[in-house]
Ligand binder design. Sequence first.
Ligand code: GLC
Length: 742
Amino acid sequence: MLRKKLFLFLFTAVFFSCAQSKDPVEKKIDELLSRMTLQEKIGQMNQLTGTGLSGDMISQIKSGKVGSILNELDIKTTNELQRVAVKESRLGIPVVFARDVIHGFKTIFPIPLGQAATWNPQLVESGARVAALEATAAGIRWTFAPMIDIARDPRWGRIAESCGEDPYLTSQMGVAMIKGFQGEKLSDPTSMAACAKHFAGYGATESGKDYNTTWIPEVQLRDVYLPPFKAAVDAGVSSFMCSFNDINGVPSSGNEFLNRQVLRKEWNYSGLLVSDWASIEQMIKHGVCTDLSAATQKAIKAGVDMDMMSYAYINHAEALVKSGSLAEKQIDEAVRNILRMKFRLGLFENPYIEEPTEMPYYSVDALLKAKQTAIESTILLKNENNLLPLTDAVKSVAVLGPLSDAPADQLGTWCFDAESSHSVTPLAAIKTMLGSSAQVIAEKGLTYSRDMNAEGIARAVDAAKKAEVILLFVGEEAVLSGEAHCRADICLPGAQPELITALKKTGKPIVMVVMAGRPLTIGKQLEEANAVLYAFHGGTMAGPALADLIFGKAVPSGKLPVTLPRMAGQIPIYYSHKMTGRPAENIVTINNIPVGAGQTSLGNTSYHLDAGDSPLFPFGFGLSYTTFKYSDVKVSKNILSLGQTINVSCTITNTGKYDGAEVAQLYTRDVVGSLARPVRELKGFQKINLKAGEAATVNFTLTPDQLSFWNADMVKLTEPGDFQVWISADSQCGKPGTFKFI
Ligand code: GLC
């Protein structure tokens, strides 16, 4: 018996090692690596920002000291630098050119938080494909996107780049972007390597202040922050990027648990891991490394393959290997991952970029997809007396507010290659749409979102008095969100609140459109406006999209990818919270406490006196011009066991007079667990189009694995017990079905 087992073991080992060596890319890597000097290997691990055809860059490339260049955008320069690498360096290894193409290259799509609000992965994938077609034409073959950090703190500026608060929705959106960027075949010249970032836990940054420390218990790290990254691995993402933050005191650029135990051992990831900009060097600032040599050693030991702009590896790795502090096989490992991506990109066969006569920017198809994405990313929060959509009975509108005609700000953050001259603003789009059929009176009032100028408010009020309806575009300048642009207070900036209050006094109906990079606390403005559309920053085609929605050529279908808090003091506030031992009830709010009341404990439950317990709007919320009725929720069985599945279905009827799209959301709750479980968790969604009066049945299949979580022993499993399940229009409404898992 033992002999048989031994034979089987040996056969398997030989088979698999042959299988690996049979992979043509692995064979090419083996062959190339065998010819590389230690210096050339370390050169591949060095990523520099572009400095054009500077002598220093050319000489470094020639001596094989540069593996990748980011932010080089001139095609002729890119091709010349590549020529030096391929023709003049000893081994001719091509350089990979990279850029942050986050939500479009030239044609700008809504910020990722807005794209997540579409709950339409296919549409989001098509947008990423547009970005790849445009960016690769400019020589970019590696984008540092998607950003799939779970973000539950709207004070954090980078929530704009995220897909919101939920692991499942973020996973779906991240995978869609990866597919769009990487295309069918990575070696296709119109494909670019995607990069799952920032690994990991960056969105948990304390107080919503960027680059801040995070404290994330492992169970939460694995249940909440890691799933989108695992989904990215399963989707074949070409690279990962470290996050700047530390997790429980360990900076990600030096985190062996994260980068070796989880990413390599548990997930068997074979892609490239690049640091963030100078994040290796920043381990000195973090106070975990004494100097750059120590940081180099820590990062390489932690499996960071490529050094973005710390100049650490290129200056210290060789000495560390020669002193025995690092083994050359650790360098080889990193270089393998880098070469693997370059081979898969086809750079050795096709290192150069074709210099087209006309750049494929702003195609009709691209603009249409950008517009459709902006339409579907807009969330209708309020529509008093069905004010919207406006009909052609309206003969005069006042188009007001600092975002009504702000071509650069509507693009949002992280779009360095955008050209705001191509933006179509709401004012321009409304003028085009109405033509001579109605009067358009334009007055920004406030010239930019932080403007405190009261005189402008008076002008806006005068304009409002001349019109039947006010179309008010408020929100944030693009610079108020994005990296390092965090806000402690997330109200409408400047004198915008005063502007809205002054317009309210005119008695004219107000359609308020919010264009921002984050959730804002708009409770008072919500009361003052008659209809509210939340559009985030909608990109190049934000104007035409909003015009179509306001005048009924499109029907809102967006759903919140993130909770809208009433007050910043409620943060963190998210739908998949724990029940606590005293869930909110008998809420007595601050203005209802009798003067002179004794020091009682009031409701004895979990809420804020001045905010209550609920958000302004919950995750998954969004209205339409039509209405949808959910009925006949059916759970296919009462008992679910391992190896089985359970079907959950319901009928959705369009009970209104407009055709529309609804996002049916599937939530579950593990009622009793070895750890307290969230009150709801998103497990699926379907976006369906229904004509007025039409009904359809949506079906979901649940598996036991989808109900699993990481327990206190760091084991992921589904525990026996009672479960609740919803198919609902948002994360708070609907009646649950029930079943047992045994
Ligand atoms: C930035 C960002 C990262 C980006 C990189 C390159 O600091 O943190 O998301 O990809 O540097 O621009």
